[in-house]
Each structure stands twice: as structure tokens, then as C-alpha cells.
Design a protein around this ligand. Structure first.
Ligand code: BG6
Length: 494
């Protein structure tokens, strides 16, 4: 008998800005993600290249830049291939497909009075295609993008007006898809505005004279938007299930010195800070102490805390790729280059990441740690006692297409197998993990570096970093492996 529940949501995950392409088709407006240009690896050294300044964005939209390449505008052309792609997911046996709606495809400027019917129709078609195969869509409303106009005119989530724009967008799609979609996540990796304010919150930090204050104000607005969206969802369809989504950073102490242990605990509280608000419905006490210490004053209106308190999520979800490590004396340590760049600010909200020599590290600085997934699930269950979905997990690396059009990705199978085994141990101990959607089930553009050759998929897409290729889809060895995993309900992981 399988340990996984019968209705376990096996599947894969993607995001519109990395997948869809067709950036200027179907009435879509400019997205913040459309502004991110490709920086070759020799220059970026694999570091995150997502941030765009206000001046750059203006320059990009007002002038033709034929010499630049913007991969997120093209994705892997799911917009024109979605039937074929969903059929492949169905062939693997997917029960669930996590995807996001592109906000500027529905509201091209974000503050438009009427939605774009062509955009709405596109997602109708996508959801119908999923449902045809019995695949449950799990839909993120904002995954690392928002209408560019909201960034340029309002400085993104720094402005409270974005709450209304977002809730209006949510209302439009909730009503439209209420019979097709049950699982919703308002924000992907809600903690991202803290690390990458442009990506997470559409914020141009150079416009602010107090960066941390701007960031925490924006986060407060996102928390209210998330709570109001949850409230609205229940009014429209009480069956809707609303989730949090956290980019999980699990920190270990560098040593067993108490100083290192408190440093790691402090770093881990950053994770919990976000789930405390979304899942418990309140800011943790140390947050107020942090604001005071850093002379940050955020504007909280009378009803805000009540709204947050009364509209918590139904399930928690998180992405998990690696574990991290920190110490009390981080400046002397061997720093780790992860896809989140080292912030200039080193404080309890921006801890230094140091290398954990017990773990292997990928070319992108991801420390591979399957047991860390179990630790993370245990922690999140113990703290919040709500069902859990692992909404992202996977290995991003180079693959080779052989001359006979095969991809032998045993390294990916090993990574996934070891993580699923750890998840299974949690389920055996009675933790309600209800779904697992591995990241980039089909190869897509990398969020952090805009590379296409950093691949996560079970399905290979023939396209390189510069957009050269046929866009043809090929099944990797991991495709057949995952098919077997799903068919055996997680029993056959060989
Ligand atoms: C997650 C994001 O943080 O990590 C995804 O939600 C992203 O959008 C994924 O793609 C992997 O990161 P990267 O940089 O390898 O694409």
C-alpha cells in the first residue's frame, strides 16, 4: 500500500513569464519580466541578473534594441504549444499543473477598467486542456511579474493602490475560472521582495531614500492583498483553497558554537516571518523590534491587522532547492554564491550565506540536500499545522541532446528520487503533504539568470540561451522515470 494519499497532487510547476512567450500577442501589456535582458554567463558569472532600473526600463520601452535579447519575452512558446505540452504532462500522469496567470495579459496596464478578453480566453483554453486530462490546475496570481505600468507609475507594491488593482485582477479571474480552478496562490515566493525588490514587488529601489522601509511597506501591502484575496475567494467559491508560497531558505549553523546556532535560528526566522503573517495571521513580535532597531516606520491602517488575522491561508506551500549555512562571524567565511545575490545589507533579515562543506554544490551554487527537505517539512508542519504542498523542487543544470534525440539525465532522477524519499518519510509520520509539483517540468527560462540551458524539465525544449533552436519537445529519461513514480503512487522510485 502506498504511503501517498490516493488524491496526492503529483505534478510540475512553471511561471508564465518563464514559459509562455508571446509577450506582445493577444493584447498583453508590458510585464516587469519583459525588461530583463540576457547577460552571458562569462559576464554574469552565474549571478542573478533580474534587476532593472527605472531609467533602463524607460529606455527599453521607448527605443528599439535589436542587439539585446530578452528571453522572458519568448519563454519556450507555451502560448502556441500548450496543447502539445499539456498532452505530454498527461502522458506522464500529472494530477496537477502549477502555472501562473500573467497579470498583464489580463490587465495590460494593471489599472485598466476592463480586463482583456483575449487574455482571459487563453487561460480558459489552457484550463480546459488540463481538465480534459483530469489535471488539476494550481494557479499563482503573481509569479515574479506585474504590469510594467504599475512599476513605472506607482513604484509597484510600495504604493497602497496596488492592493486594489490586484484584488480587482483576482476578482476577475476568480469569477471567470471558478468552475475550473480550485487551488490558488496569490504570490509566488512572497519573501522575494526582501531580496530582489524589482522581481518580487516591481519596485525601483533607487527611487527610495530608505530602501528597507520601502521594502517592508511593499510587503505589508502584499500581505493585505493576499488576505483580501483569500477573503474574496471564499465569497466567490467556498471550495477554493488558498495557499502561501515561500522561497524556503533553510539555514544550518556553521558549527555547534551557541553563537552560530543563534545566528542560524535568527536567519531561519526570516522564513517563518512570512508564514507567521500569512498562515497565523500576525506579525511576529521580533518584527516590531527589528523595525525599531532599523528606524523603519511602516504605515499600517486601522483595519489592516484585522484583515490579516481573519483571512489566513488554507495550505502552506514552498519551494525547496538547497539548504544554506550561516555563522556568527560571517565576513570571515567562505561565502556561497547562490542565485539570490549576496545583499549589501548584512543583518538579521539578510544573513550571509556560507559554504557547507558536507554538501555538493551545483554550478549555480545550490547546495544539494535532500534531508533538508524533510527538516523543512517538519518545521513548517510543527509551526502551522496546515496541509503542505511542495510547490517547487528540482535540479537546474545542463543537459545534452544526443544525436538520436535522447537526454540521459540520471543526475536529475537521482536528485528528485532522494527528495521524494524524504517527503515520503514525512508522510509516513502523518504529516499532510498533499502535493508535489517539481519545478520547470518542461524546460523554461531561468528566473535568476535568464538562461535556457539551465534546465529543470522532464521535457527538453530545443532552444539555446539566445533563442536559437527548433522549440521541438523531447522526452528525457526522467520523463519515463516520473511517469513510473506517479503510476506507482511514489512506491517505485528506482
Ligand atoms: C524559484 C522561482 O525561486 O526558483 C522560480 O519561483 C525559479 O521562478 C526557480 O525559476 C529556480 O530558479 P532559477 O533561477 O534556477 O530559474
Amino acid at each position: 500500500m502506498s504511503q501517498f494519499p490516493k488524491d496526492f497532487l503529483w505534478g510540475g510547476a512553471t511561471a508564465a513569464n518563464q514559459l509562455e512567450g508571446a509577450y506582445n500577442e493577444g493584447g498583453k501589456g508590458w510585464s516587469t519580466a519583459d525588461m530583463v535582458k540576457f547577460v552571458p554567463r562569462e559576464v554574469s558569472q552565474g549571478r542573478n541578473t533580474e534587476t532593472v532600473t527605472y531609467e533602463e526600463a524607460l529606455e527599453i520601452i521607448h527605443h528599439q534594441h535589436d542587439d539585446e535579447y530578452y528571453p522572458k519575452r519568448w519563454g519556450v512558446d507555451f502560448y502556441h504549444h500548450f496543447k502539445e505540452d499539456i498532452a505530454l504532462m498527461a502522458e506522464m500522469g500529472f494530477k496537477c499543473f502549477r502555472m501562473s496567470i500573467s497579470w498583464p495579459r489580463i490587465f495590460p496596464h494593471g489599472d485598466d477598467l476592463e480586463p482583456n478578453e483575449e487574455g482571459l480566453k487563453f487561460y480558459d483554453d489552457v484550463f480546459d486542456e488540463c481538465l480534459k486530462y483530469g489535471i488539476e490546475p494550481l494557479v499563482t496570481l503573481s509569479h515574479y511579474e506585474m504590469p510594467l505600468h504599475l512599476s513605472l507609475e506607482y513604484n509597484g507594491w510600495e504604493n497602497r493602490k496596488c492592493i486594489d488593482f490586484f484584488v480587482n485582477y483576482a476578482k476577475t479571474v476568480f469569477k471567470r475560472y471558478q468552475k475550473k480552478v480550485k487551488y490558488w496562490i496569490p504570490f509566488n515566493e512572497i519573501n522575494m521582495s526582501l531580496h530582489l525588490p524589482y522581481t518580487g514587488g516591481g519596485i525601483f529601489v533607487e527611487k527610495s531614500n530608505n530602501e528597507l522601509q520601502t521594502i517592508f511597506q511593499a510587503l505589508h501591502h502584499q500581505f493585505i492583498a493576499s488576505a483580501l484575496t483569500t477573503q474574496l475567494a471564499k465569497q466567490i467559491n467556498p471550495q477554493f483553497q488558498m495557499g502561501s508560497m515561500l522561497g524556503l531558505s533553510l539555514y544550518y549553523p556553521k558549527s555547534n558554537a551557541p553563537e552560530d546556532i543563534i545566528a542560524a535560528q535568527t536567519a531561519n526566522r526570516i522564513n517563518y516571518f512570512f508564514l507567521d503573517v500569512l498562515s497565523k495571521g500576525k506579525y511576529p513580535t521580533y518584527f516590531y523590534a527589528y523595525l525599531k532597531k532599523n528606524q523603519i516606520q511602516i504605515h499600517i491602517e486601522e483595519n489592516d491587522l484585522k484583515i490579516i488575522k481573519e483571512n489566513t491561508v488554507d495550505f502552506n506551500s514552498f519551494s525547496y532547492y538547497y539548504s544554506l549555512c550561516t555563522s556568527a562571524n560571517p565576513k570571515n567565511e567562505d561565502s556561497l554564491v547562490a542565485f539570490i545575490p549576496e545583499s549589501e545589507v548584512i543583518d538579521e533579515f539578510h544573513p550571509r550565506k556560507v559554504r557547507n562543506k558536507n554538501l555538493q554544490v551545483t554550478d549555480w551554487g545550490f547546495q544539494i540536500d535532500p534531508i533538508g527537505l524533510r527538516i523543512a517539512i517538519n518545521e513548517i508542519w510543527d509551526r502551522y499545522q496546515k496541509p503542505i504542498i511542495i510547490s517547487e523542487n528540482g535540479l537546474g543544470t545542463y543537459d545534452t541532446l544526443t544525436t538520436d534525440k535522447k537526454i540521459h539525465d540520471d543526475y536529475r532522477i537521482q536528485y528528485l528520487r532522494e527528495h521524494i524519499q524524504q517527503m515520503k518519510l514525512c508522510i509516513e509520520e502523518g504529516i499532510p503533504v498533499i502535493g508535489y509539483t517539481s519545478w520547470g517540468c518542461i524546460d523554461i527560462v531561468s528566473a535568476g539568470t535568464s538562461e535556457r540551458t539551465k534546465r529543470y524539465g522532464y521535457i527538453y525544449v530545443d532552444c539555446d540561451d539566445y533563442g536559437h533552436g527548433t522549440m521541438q519537445r523531447y522526452k528525457k529519461d526522467s520523463f519515463y522515470w516520473y511517469q513510473k513514480v506517479i503510476a506507482s503512487q511514489g512506491e517505485d522510485l528506482d
